[in-house]
Design a protein around this ligand. Structure first.
Ligand SMILES: [Ca+2]
Length: 206
């Protein structure tokens, strides 16, 4: 019996000691905008497109109960027919070549038009900071994913509560980092009542 008890304690001891895989993304919980940058077209006053009004850190809206806030994009109301694009972009993330990562994000929307695209995009770069191609399934020529090729697309849009977009990707053999990881909305000229919130981004090695 003693041997069995010892065996079990070792077994469960090991299980308890196994470390949970860590989120390698800094400030994935969006506690402020550290690590996050406003990507997309430049501000154009003539077009009623002012980035600082359209991109905001929303301290009042959080996915989890840590009340750490979220990244918001909304209130787009362009006047000259030009179709801008918007994304909150994370700084480069160091990855292990050949490793598989689960990437996820939570998305909430309000009045997002059906023709808008809400998704997560990113690419891989090598240690010389060059974009890598050949890793987007079915699109060997592409160096990053878009709303057609992303596994992280909000197909519901309209108005919905927090919804998780999750999927896996394997870093190419010569990858050094994930670049331009971004929560993005595009294809809107004017939808002043529309908004999207992104929160709890996560990249975990499988
Ligand atoms: Ca948050």
């Amino acid at each position: 019996m003693k041997k069995i008890a010892l065996f079990l304690s070792v077994l469960f001891g090991c299980a308890a000691a196994a470390p949970a895989q860590e989120n390698i993304l800094k400030n994935g919980i969006v506690d402020g905008v550290t690590e996050w940058l406003m990507a997309g077209v430049n501000t154009s006053e003539e077009n009623n497109y002012v980035k600082e009004k359209i991109y905001t850190y929303d301290a009042e809206v959080s996915h989890s109960e840590d009340w750490s806030g979220s990244l918001k994009i909304g209130g787009i109301d362009c006047k000259n027919g030009f179709k801008p694009w918007q994304a909150w972009r994370h700084r480069d993330i160091i990855v292990e070549p050949g490793a598989t990562y689960r990437i996820s994000v939570w998305v909430k929307t309000e009045n997002v038009p059906a023709n808008a695209n809400v998704y997560l995009g990113f690419g891989f770069k090598d240690s010389a900071n060059q974009w890598l191609t050949g890793w987007v399934p079915g699109h060997p020529e592409k160096n990053s994913i878009d709303h057609r090729t992303s596994s992280w697309v909000d197909t519901v849009k309209g108005t919905h509560d927090w919804m998780e977009l999750s999927g896996t990707v394997t870093a190419p053999a010569d990858a050094a980092k994930i670049s331009y990881l971004q929560g993005r909305i595009d294809n809107i000229i004017s939808a002043p009542d529309a908004a999207v919130w992104f929160d709890d981004f996560s990249i975990v090695k499988e």
